[in-house]
Design a protein around this ligand. Sequence first.
Ligand SMILES: Cc1cc2nc3c(=O)[nH]c(=O)nc-3n(C[C@H](O)[C@H](O)[C@H](O)COP(=O)(O)OP(=O)(O)OC[C@H]3O[C@@H](n4cnc5c(N)ncnc54)[C@H](O)[C@@H]3O)c2cc1C
Length: 404
Amino acid sequence: MNDSRYDVIIIGGGVVGLGVALEITRRFPHQRLLLLEKEDRVARHQSGHNSGVIHSGVYYKPGSLKAKLCVSGAAAMVEFCREHRIPHSVCGKVIVATREDELPRLEELRQRGEANGLAGLCIIGPEELREIEPHATGLRALVVPSTGTTDYAAVCQKYAELVNANGGTVLTSTAAKRIRRSPQEIVVESSKGAYTTAGLINCAGLHSDRIARLAGDDPGVMIVPFRGEYYDLLPERASLVRALIYPVPDPRFPFLGVHFTRRITGRVDAGPNAVLALAREGYGHTTINLRDLGSALAFPGLWHMARKHWRNALGEWHRSLSKGAFVRALQRLVPEVTESDLVPGGSGVRAQAVKPDGSLVDDFQFVPSGRMLHVLNVPSPAATASLMIGKAIVDLAATTLRLG
Ligand SMILES: Cc1cc2nc3c(=O)[nH]c(=O)nc-3n(C[C@H](O)[C@H](O)[C@H](O)COP(=O)(O)OP(=O)(O)OC[C@H]3O[C@@H](n4cnc5c(N)ncnc54)[C@H](O)[C@@H]3O)c2cc1C
């Protein structure tokens, strides 16, 4: 067989593409699989720039893909890390209500978590909160024992290693540029030559809508990039936070609000906020990509979204440009934290699918099209859920792409 001919090609070497690749090589070991990643290593974008939290599933609407795949995915992720000796910790977290109007939402979260099958959830008062997090204050807090942390870049490395060991091929520094399809086959023209395949799975994250268009499909959404910026607590002040301290999220948004995270390395960071990025891979304030900006401005959904959420967006920009405003949001959770305790940390860019009417796609979205499958919305908790997302996508692909 020609070396450029495959049974299935996956575009994107993030935690989702690699999770799918791992599942295919495990379930269908005889399939010739190629994964294309444009960067020189895997996990170069969202999967290597996140908070490293193994989410429990407390936030998501019961019955949604997010709820189902996160709860089972968190258990699978802990087991995977244990099996492959990837540093991880099931440290638990607290979600803290600091205003009266947040108390009913805290109770709703508890009920959601229980409906999603989480064990050990309980609402506590300020004294018990101080026993868990001595520097946190609030009116009440929800304790979520099954939340954990890990290093998703290390998880991705291990997925890639296993895919290669199972006979698949992970090719980095290879960007998919054009896609041609005929009833018999699909040809992916890349920066390193053309590859022919019977089936294609698009896991291109921040570029997944563009890959769908390259393949001649209308994704029906646009990927809007939201940058999340972090501050790091100085090491001598890291003792202000034992594990994970979160606010009660605003139910109108998919983002969780700035919070404290003790990383698996022991470093404590605060963030991320959520500001509209001026480039899909725009990790800094000043990074602008004219193509990304132009296509976003031409998309009616962006303007509808801006009209609906301008007040919140202004708040996020304010916190992005003013350290004082960022710190004030954090002081609601840990009043002792000061501006001088925090130094600028990293950032990440989230891929959020937005519909033409300006609404944000909430659940995971996998869209089959002939012998292709487009993964169009896999925001947080997709890293947590990646092993189960892999299984769900392969279940779908087994019939639509006729794997096996
Ligand atoms: C700031 C932030 C915090 C987060 N925190 C958490 C958390 O704590 N827990 C959690 O579970 N989730 C979290 N998430 C969400 C999680 O990181 C993402 O949902 C997940 O990483 C998405 O994975 P992906 O594989 O779809 O995307 P990506 O990791 O972005 O991978 C897509 C890949 O496709 C490649 N690609 C694109 N176009 C092409 C092309 N033409 N040819 C070849 N390759 C291409 C890109 O280079 C990229 O490597 C967070 C995300 C962010 C940004």
